[in-house]
Design a protein around this ligand. Structure first.
Ligand code: ZN
Length: 63
């Protein structure tokens, strides 16, 4: 088996300002982001629903 598949698994991204977590598998339906939407496919003008931070303020996190 290969060690790590970076393109297959969904990832989670955390807001560094408020700690809100975006899960690619779950998306953010309330914000108009469908489940399964990759972070890279989230619109650049999208902002954190909790604090309004931009995508630049999010960091990939391991769960
Ligand atoms: Zn936030």
């Amino acid at each position: 088996m290969s060690s790590k598949e970076s393109s297959g698994a969904f990832q989670t991204w955390m807001c560094l300002i408020c700690g809100w977590v975006y899960d690619e598998a779950a998306g953010a339906p309330d914000e108009g982001i469908a489940p399964g939407t990759r972070w890279a496919d989230v619109p650049m003008n999208w902002t954190c629903p909790e604090c309004g931070a931009r995508k630049d303020d999010f960091e990939m996190t391991e769960i």
